[in-house]
Design a protein around this ligand. Structure first.
Ligand SMILES: Cc1cc2nc3c(=O)[nH]c(=O)nc-3n(C[C@H](O)[C@H](O)[C@H](O)COP(=O)(O)OP(=O)(O)OC[C@H]3O[C@@H](n4cnc5c(N)ncnc54)[C@H](O)[C@@H]3O)c2cc1C
Length: 373
């Protein structure tokens, strides 16, 4: 997939930095606004993104209900596995099942993110700059956005930071990070010939790592995404070697029948999930943050694609208001913070409390499973 590498304009109204789920959702939301918008990503697409590849139902619902073309386009995407339930395995014998009301899908991020970017190309009148790593942002009115690698720069009146963990927008605007609620570290790899159901996502908890967990998510074509996530301490470190823990899980007595004869078909790769769950700020003068850049992933389950898409749609909506009223001030952008607090933060805070409770008292899960019988 080839996109523009040279900018058409020097002055943009809006620059969206990062073309993952958040960036693409924001771009689709602004696609017909008539504003000059640039969607910028350091990578060429399709690109890898370390993830569990489980696209939560609310992510699909948000896209379907906002964009009339989405359903038809999504139905054409072949590489997806429909998931109707999840199972939490507490031990070999005891489990809790959840049946999802909304259809959810497992799709390799390599495919899903490229699909979203193709929709942007087809349906949004904006500039897409891939292979364009932003190396510096000088806040101002407008802000200056530089790419050392491209030896180029553009300006934008408003920046929507969608560049994930370690957001350059947040750093450049000295966005308040003291409210940082922490991170989860996670590893994942792809395996074939795993002897499990292919329509259900399975989470495995073990007392040793609670509230961390292992997962086995089917992707279709006999490929499974296998991973392990665990809360990091305040220095962003975990006490165990993540890859060793995943190996230990695969070879454990509990899993030996499931993985007998299985084949590892990728490296095991690690990445950080910037989780939310405290009262946060998501904007300031001249910028809005969405998705992982705003630390909106779920602290209990680690999913963030749904939050990325919903927050970015809210960011697009608020951006239009900024241009209507020609107001980019921090005070005006607080309306965006309020939308995020009501729409997303409440649930994250609830799940953060659950995560803390579980790490203090793992037996709660067993008690809960008895009540659900
Ligand atoms: C191991 C693991 C498993 C996970 N499993 C799940 C799961 O199963 N389901 C789920 O919902 N969530 C999961 N998550 C979380 C999920 O991956 C993120 O919440 C989601 O990707 C956030 O989307 P985003 O668009 O905000 O950021 P990203 O997907 O990270 O996209 C950011 C984009 O910005 C670009 N970028 C970064 N820096 C720059 C720069 N300086 N200049 C230009 N471009 C830049 C990157 O190339 C990238 O394309 C998992 C995360 C991890 C680490």
């Amino acid at each position: 997939m080839m996109f523009a590498h040279n900018v058409r304009f020097h002055h943009y109204d809006i620059a969206i930095i990062g073309a993952g789920p958040a960036g693409c959702a924001a771009a689709l939301g602004l696609g017909k606004s008539g504003l000059k918008v640039a969607l910028i990503d350091k990578a060429e697409f399709p690109r890898e993104k370390i993830c569990g590849d489980a696209i939560p139902g609310p992510a699909i619902k948000a896209l379907k209900s906002t964009f009339p073309f989405f359903e038809k386009e999504f139905s054409k995407l072949k590489e997806k596995q429909r998931i109707s339930s999840s199972r939490i395995m507490l031990s070999k014998e005891r489990s809790i099942d959840y049946h999802w009301k909304l259809p959810a899908y497992n799709i390799k991020r390599h495919e899903f993110d490229a699909f979203l970017l193709q929709l942007v190309q087809k349906y949004a009148s904006i500039d897409i700059l891939t292979g364009w790593p932003v190396s510096e942002i000088k806040p101002g009115n407008p802000s200056l956005i530089k790419s050392e690698k491209k030896n180029a720069s553009i300006t934008a009146k408003l920046i929507i930071g969608c560049e994930g963990a370690g957001s350059i927008t947040a750093k450049s605007f000295e966005h308040d990070v003291c409210i940082n609620p922490g991170s989860v570290l996670a590893v994942r790899g792809y395996f074939k010939n795993v002897k499990l159901d292919t329509t259900r996502n399975i989470f495995y908890v073990s007392k040793k790592y609670l509230p961390g967990y292992f997962w086995v998510f089917p992707l279709g074509d006999d490929v499974f995404n296998i991973g392990f996530g665990m809360k990091a301490d305040k220095h962003g470190k975990v006490k165990v070697k993540m890859k060793d823990a995943l190996e230990e899980f695969i070879h454990s007595e509990r899993m030996k029948d499931v993985f007998r004869g299985s084949e590892q078909v990728s490296e095991i790769s690690a990445a950080v999930i910037p989780v939310g769950g405290k009262r946060g700020m998501y904007s300031g003068e001249g910028y809005l943050l969405a998705g992982d850049a705003a630390r909106l992933a779920d602290p209990l389950q680690g999913h963030g694609i749904d939050k990325a898409i919903v927050s970015a749609l809210l960011a697009a909506h608020h951006s239009l208001k900024c241009f209507r009223e020609n107001n980019f001030s921090a005070a005006f952008n607080e309306d965006y913070d309020i939308m995020i607090r009501i729409g997303l933060e409440k649930e994250l805070r609830k799940n953060r409390r659950r995560q803390i409770m579980l790490s203090k008292c793992p037996a709660l899960l067993n008690i809960y499973s008895l009540f659900r019988k």
